[in-house]
Design a protein around this ligand. Structure first.
Ligand code: FE2
Length: 141
């Protein structure tokens, strides 16, 4: 074996052993972000006393292939002082599906309704509070 090939193969071998696979890295990263970058019921992090008012509640209605997803955050809308900025709906691969921006001077409650056609699988709902960050919940369609 030529010296150049040997060095190249050695570097590739070392790299393969040191760098975890992409999916394992992504799973660990996601696990570490819950409770720190975003918040869930299981990982509320520094907002452990804020779960009830911030975790988005998802309800699904499925009739004749028309799926309606309603997202409700049990949070007040206190003008621009403290309010839910928006809801975002993502598919099971975290791809953007839809969003609803709230106007705290007009919207009395953070409730959003999304219509999906021919979608089956998991959906994620994000609810963003201007003081208590981003919360995520999930549901199956
Ligand atoms: Fe809040």
């Amino acid at each position: 074996m030529e010296r150049r090939n040997f060095i190249g193969l050695s570097i590739a071998g070392i790299s393969a052993g040191l760098i975890p696979s992409t999916s394992a890295f992504a799973k660990n990263k996601e696990k570490n972000m819950a409770g720190g970058v975003f918040y869930t019921k299981q990982n509320p992090g520094r907002w452990s006393k804020k779960i009830a008012g911030h975790l988005p509640n998802i309800s699904i209605e499925n009739s004749n292939g028309k799926v309606t997803v309603q997202v409700v955050t049990a949070h007040g809308m206190d003008g621009y002082t403290h309010y839910i900025v928006k809801h975002v709906l993502l598919d099971e691969d975290y791809n953007f599906l839809d969003e609803k921006m709230f106007d705290p001077t007009k919207d009395k409650a953070p409730i959003s309704t999304f219509e999906l056609k021919n979608y089956k699988g998991k959906v994620y709902a994000l609810s963003m509070c201007n003081k208590h960050d981003v919360w995520i919940n999930e549901a199956m369609i």
